[in-house]
Design a protein around this ligand. Sequence first.
Ligand code: GLT
Ligand code: MN
Ligand code: MN
Length: 411
Amino acid sequence: MKPIPAAKQPALVSRLIKACGGAYSPKQRRKYFLTGPQWAAAYEGHALFHAPTRSPIGYEDVIREYSKIGIGHWATHDTDVYPADALGTDRQDEITAGIKKALKKHGLQCSMVTTETFHHAVFAASPAAEAPEVREYARWRLANTVRIGHELGAQYCVYWPGSLGYQVQGAVEETNTLKWFAEGLNAACEADIAAAKEKGRPTLKHCLEAKPFEPAAQILLPTSDAMIAFISSGLLKHPDMVGLNPEYLHELMWGAAVRAALARVLLCGKLFHFDINDGYPLKHDVDIGVGLVNPLDWLNVLVLLRNHNYEGPFNLDYKPPRTTSNWGVFAVSFPTAVDRFITLWEMAGEVASDPVISQAYDALRAGGGGDPRDPKSIVEANRELLNLHELIGHRLFQILVGAHRGRTYSV
Ligand code: GLT
Ligand code: MN
Ligand code: MN
């Protein structure tokens, strides 16, 4: 094959994306509570070892392109759109007005706001640092974000305390740091209660997001389970306002069964928000597009969420790879991620109504009828019934590859 000139490459990519087929329309995509983060689309491909491969892009472009794709909601960190030194000044109000205008023009809603408490030098020792002025500044930043959220019509506020930890052990006294972190959340909740009252709006749902490592070497709240315990530690003044935003990959990173981690959050009534992506266990936060690595696991996760009537957002916290261009972010990355999610979600619906799976579940729950005081008889009575466990696994695989609808391969 001859080299393909740069000018002809978009046409080639577009032709092959069309050839893939199976794309949903923007109207269909808008039926799902999908949220697109500003930082995900604007990610330039940089990291510790990586120079950027894409050029900067502002909120107007992101909002417009999300709208074209059919992503109905937008989420942002304060400093994704407001320069840190514009926060709390008139410039903040001007930017807020610009965002509102762009959202309205393109028919999007702001679903969630989050405070960046990890990038700026002031957070070198975390937002819950020893110096009281750092903590006061952090409290102000959180309260300011809450007010921005109310102004933009958001329902959720997320906290990712990635810098809450340490590089060297002994410098930080963990119980103090956690108490100080709770003070920040308390300030955010109180600011929320005041702003909600003033605006006649409901209060926000405050969601903690765990990640087991990065950027701090050791993280004080590394998992969703740790955060659930923290919420009920007694340190929070409004524990009912605080729940979780688990991220699929962040649980996988520490080796969790993601579905089991989510089940524990569901049991506590704390599954408020969900970051969707993919990746590998015991590796870094690569934020690969949903379903590209673990589609069967994803199917199972969505079956659980459907069964429990989860109605919160599915937030596309995904990093388009460095090999993707600025154009490709909206031509390939986001539409395909959205379409894989929708496919997996609908497939999860098929699992729920699949006659083989429901008969197998019913039979397992009926049990074999042994004598509860005689374990030997229980073993005998259930012997053949328990073959259904593996059979269910096989059926889920069939549903994933379409074999339940007669798709076969000739040998
Ligand atoms: C950061 C983190 C994400 C969080 C974002 C919210 S910031 O990109 O890795 O998982 O959701 O603060
Ligand atoms: Mn996330
Ligand atoms: Mn991540």
